[in-house]
Design a protein around this ligand. Structure first.
Ligand code: SF4
Ligand code: SF4
Length: 108
């Protein structure tokens, strides 16, 4: 289980910087840096009434496609702490990224 903070305030699953889901999936199978990853569970708030999250999780399970991240062990994230945030890349189709991504050594 991983402690997760999330700065994506426009996601329906976000409450006070935490995620309300018991687990998330991070995508970006060929990611070589953080901006090429994304939270697959992101769902944009459409109206104030669509924000349903009110029980943020302290720890959750993370499946992850980013096989070049050093925290990825067989498709699971084994980092103690993960930060999801709004993407730093303008024009990138995904709105989120895993800021904790760390390139494994020897793959650059
Ligand atoms: S972007 Fe992902 S981690 Fe963040 S609140 Fe939404 S579902 Fe949870
Ligand atoms: S830290 Fe690495 S393994 Fe964990 S969710 Fe982020 S990109 Fe995936």
């Amino acid at each position: 289980m991983t402690e997760l903070t999330c700065g994506v305030g426009e996601c329906v699953n976000n409450a006070k910087g935490k995620c309300c889901l018991p687990g998330i999936a991070v995508g970006g199978p060929n990611a070589g840096d953080a901006k090429q990853t994304f939270c697959s569970n992101f769902s944009e708030v459409q109206s104030a009434s669509s924000a349903v999250c009110d029980r943020p999780m302290e720890n959750l399970a993370i499946r992850c496609e980013a096989e070049h991240c050093s925290y990825n062990t067989g498709g699971r994230c084994d980092a103690d702490h993960v930060d999801i945030r709004t993407t730093s890349e303008s024009g990138w189709p995904e709105k989120t990224e895993c800021a904790t991504f760390r390139q494994e050594s020897g793959t650059e």
